[in-house]
Write a protein that binds this ligand. Sequence first.
Ligand SMILES: Nc1ncnc2c1ncn2[C@@H]1O[C@H](COP(=O)(O)OP(=O)(O)OP(=O)(O)O)[C@@H](O)[C@H]1O
Length: 499
Amino acid sequence: MTEDSNYAVTVRGLTKSYGATSVLKGVNFSVRRGEIHALLGGNGAGKSTLIRIITGSASQDGGTIEFRDRADRLRTEAEGRRKVAVVHQELALLPNLTVAENIALPHFSRGFGLFNRKWAIKQAHAALSMIDRSFADASLHWFVGSLSLHEGQMVEIARALASGAELILLDEPTANLTALETERLFSVLRRLTQETGLSVVFVSHRMKEIRQIANTCSIIRDGRTVIDREPMAGLSDTAIIEKMGQLSQAQAQVQERPAADISRAEGHGRLTIRENGLEISLEPGVILGVAGAPAGPQTLIDTLVGAARSKRWTVSHAGWPARFSSPHQAATLGSGFITGDRSHKGVLHSLPIIDNVLASRRIVRGSLFTGARESVECLDLMQALKVKAASIWDLPNTLSGGTQQKLLLARWLGVPSRLLVLEEPTRGVDIGTKKEIYQLIRQMAASGTMIVWWSTENTELLEVCDRVLAFNTDGRCAGVIERQDLTEDKLAELTGMAA
Ligand SMILES: Nc1ncnc2c1ncn2[C@@H]1O[C@H](COP(=O)(O)OP(=O)(O)OP(=O)(O)O)[C@@H](O)[C@H]1O
């Protein structure tokens, strides 16, 4: 056996249905030892379902999964699965426990008799040192709640390593990270794969970073493998997008938008945002981008949607208070909010799709009851955004991550609003759908709605915004750049994200 032929996992002919919906229709997928493998596909293609089956958190209907050890011997499925760990974009860490305790969590849950604290700390230090020795030396007794997202991610990866994982599946791991944090994560992954033979499966919709990190890729489309292990170098972006079935959407030119129809903006005029010494005015129809690490953008967003605790910002706009007293007040006065933080601020997990889609309309209209007209309205919105669901009465967790994101967009689509605040609204959304979202937002702006759009994907800001407010890594305003002066370099320089 050569190292080349050593596969950590091999999946053949995998099938899976949920009720009448056939999700996987014979998927093939294999991951070599020591490789970084991009698993690609549009929203709802079946990537997360495949990952859930590999890790054993969902069962397959048909097909085989084979795990092998470093000496290329077959493992039992149970043994193989113990060597696999998943890191989701929503970190599974307990904020009130320390770094060491979080890394040792799997040992608590497996009930290894008496918990040996000294041993756990040693294990945690060893695992974290593989990633970053100085962070390991400093952080073991810190509470996880005080860590940055990147540090939290390191703790999750360390936990996976401490559990003996030889294959780590990263499900959109950079959706929460800034460019600098992403680059740091990538260098850790490169080093671990080279030095320890760790295998990494990387799921992402961000083409630029897929190229930066992965050497091999597989593509799933509509539950079938359409590319089974090909070197990234041999595939152009166009070929990849075409295989995903998204070429026509992705190539659609974002149309130059017409001048905002200010007459439709209800004559409310401009909005001024102020912070100590800084004043930015938005005219109806303007798209203001917000760039930088979360610390700064978050305070502005919270103010604009009525959720601010600090008094850093004030706004002035006809009929609005200087600070909203609640999100309800903000929504009823015409400040809409679409978040990409689906699990904490967006999706109503225990309510059906229809309630998720119509939530904002009900607040704005002051209505609470579902009538036949609402069902039609919900179906129309879902059709406009190409949301595929078996029924509007299903729970949102029956939808893929990107499809859930579309529900949040549908919530404000067509609701007359003076301002729309977008907080990473394309998180987890596939390449084709992103373009459609850009177009929709531009149309909203053209009807006179002011847009404030925070994104950690600088290319997105360049494509869509009229002007960008940049924050540095300390959360301070670093400058406002007009469209004609916008470049990736300029944004990187002002936000401090040039890795
Ligand atoms: N528990 C469930 N019940 C019914 N359908 C489900 C369930 N889980 C997933 N599905 C369906 O399976 C399909 C594939 O979903 P999956 O989450 O695997 O897609 P994905 O490729 O990971 O998409 P994304 O890029 O949006 O995360 C979707 O159509 C989804 O609606």
